[in-house]
Design a protein around this ligand. Sequence first.
Ligand code: ATP
Length: 742
Amino acid sequence: MADDGMLLNFELSSEPYKAGVKFKGGRWRERKRAERVARNGPSIPATAYSGGDEELRSTKRRRVDEDSGHHQSHTPGTQSKRFESLAHDGGPSSHSSRPHKPARADGDASRGPRQVISRLFSFNPTQATAAEDEVEWVAPEATNAPLADVANFGSLTLSSRLVDELTKMKLERPTAIQQKVIPHLLTSSSDAFVQAETGSGKTFSYLLPMIHRILLLSNSGKQIHRDSGVFAIIVSPTRELARQVHTVLEQLIRPFPWLVSTAITGGESKKAEKARIRKGVNFLVATPGRLADHIDNTKALNLGTVRWLIMDEGDRLMDLGFEEDLKKAITRLRDIPIVQRTEDGTPLDKLPERRVTVLCSATMKMNVQKLGEMSLADATFLAAEKGDEDPTIEMAVHKAPAQLHQYYTVVPSKLRLVTLIAYLKSVFSRRGRTMKAVIFMSCADSVDFHYEMLRDPAVTDPPASATKEAELVSKTVSKAAYFTTAASPEVMMHRMHGSLSQPVRTATIRSFSECKTPSLLVTTDVSSRGLDIPAVDLVIEYDPAFSFSDHIHRVGRTARAGRPGDALLFLLPGPEEGYIELLKSSTPPSSQSHESILKKGFMAKLEFPVTTQAKPEDDESYHGKAETLQLHLEQRLLIDSKRLELARNGFKSHIRAYATHVKDERVHFDMTQMHLGHVAKSFGLREAPGGIGSGIERKSKKGRRDSSKADDTTKEQKPGGDVIKRKSAMLMRAVADEFNIG
Ligand SMILES: Nc1ncnc2c1ncn2[C@@H]1O[C@H](COP(=O)(O)OP(=O)(O)OP(=O)(O)O)[C@@H](O)[C@H]1O
């Protein structure tokens, strides 16, 4: 990993921090150091309490190097020369009203304010690909919209009561995949492999024909009811998805109260789930683990009547490692003979004569093929478009809906956080333009950090009288700062990831979905699949997806069922730019330069949330504003150890997660090209905290112990060149080990 030795980039207030400030959390030594700094002003750069001893040492080392004019990676020269050149590096900010003055090595507070250089705009790697801004984009015809040339759902010979129900839900005409799948499942008893773009209505395509055929059973004089047996099992990879499918199903069967659906998803007591199964259900929507558990342990679950097994989001089911659970369900269903009548004698002749398995996916990966081989027999491949009937052709091609406008922006690491804020500021500035946006990040710790930094810190816990729902979302929903301004509408931030408890996850998604003001969901890939919130008009991939198919699913949270949508992907200059070719293989993307994002976003005055910090000076130029904002964010970390811990954890988890890109795409996500110091800056940190991948330090020590002379000599080397390369390789190996990739 390159390490060009980050310069200090803080402009600390001349005033001492509030006397008597007490620091909580962290280690004793860090707390003591922080308190000393708060009392006396920083004698050493504030990294003193932003990191451990290693950071302190390296900071000292760098300061000495800088002050003696021997900066490791950049053109040597005198301090004053360097500062001059920095002013020019800063582009428009070189005209900033705030003078750049050298950092003082002694940190003597008595000699007036300590000026430290902000180098947000210098020493950034340059973008290799051309940045074309605002090339006019004409939206092609939507590819996942209801078909204009089909009269209505009635033309697919669905029951009129079902069609009426659809009309009430404002669904009139089927989409292309529904037109293919519904007739097939209405008449056939063969398995099916359903592939169609995100947001194309796959859920209705399998639910409607199943309900229609079950309703036909009641026409034979006898009434089907909840005790008649389980007719369909729908397996979804996540609890959210299972609940979502269950909700849609409940809506569809509302006019037929004798039919019952239930969701068994874990996250609640098994006892309650067993009790519901015992009372009788006709549709079981389940996550694979819970389904396998109930198959083993719930006697009341009788599988003899089951005629459909639907596996939704097939590739995700496999990605998440549910193969064994699915195998169990598939094998058990194969072994149990089909019953031809319910216990009270109702013939089941209107249902398929054999068990039908349907596998659905928007993307086709090799693992879906494996699941297909495991579960399907003589399956019919059903795809939305003509010419897509050959699954082998589609294997490699993942398409996003054509009307989805995809952009990418190449942003140097150091500028990522301010560019994100600038972008959010401009998209939420116009009333009614963006109502719901989703930001995808690589890991839960990064989500937690960004949520905390971007929310309004003045918002406190709900009052004791708050409703249960308000209590559940008290730590995951909050007013945004920075991009909620007096002039723009209030934006509500939401945070969501897999480490939150199930009730909190459910309440947070509900809040995001029902929010009437503009809202932003900061999340991990836990929200990338199947989540159907039609009003989402923007997806931001702040961290690229771990695989291209995940990218397709993430951006597919917008532009659903024919609606328009935008998606912006953040890339780093360097190897990540190679990813653009991959994007082009699906839908040609537009590009937007980070400079233009900053310019637009920082056109208006910056508004800072109320904090204990002195109000930062505003700066006229957008570079100046970006620097002011960055300094403000960094200072917020310095005065709050909890936030600092979030930043450090976010950084570490982000780096670890970076190593988990799928093997085929890792060429674009090369850890060895990553600049840890610059990445740290995007987490508001002055430099990279140590201890990424617990194995690294250990491994390096072990390596030295086992080593021969060659290692002893490297120990003597000054940090730089070879040692850094070796460290990168070790980090790479340690991270790869940790994630079991390689
Ligand atoms: N025929 C239709 N007309 C209008 N809207 C529809 C139609 N069919 C489905 N929808 C709506 O489209 C949205 C997407 O449907 P659904 O979630 O089934 O898509 P999907 O293909 O499963 O997407 P993903 O692959 O992302 O899970 C839902 O809000 C649904 O109500």
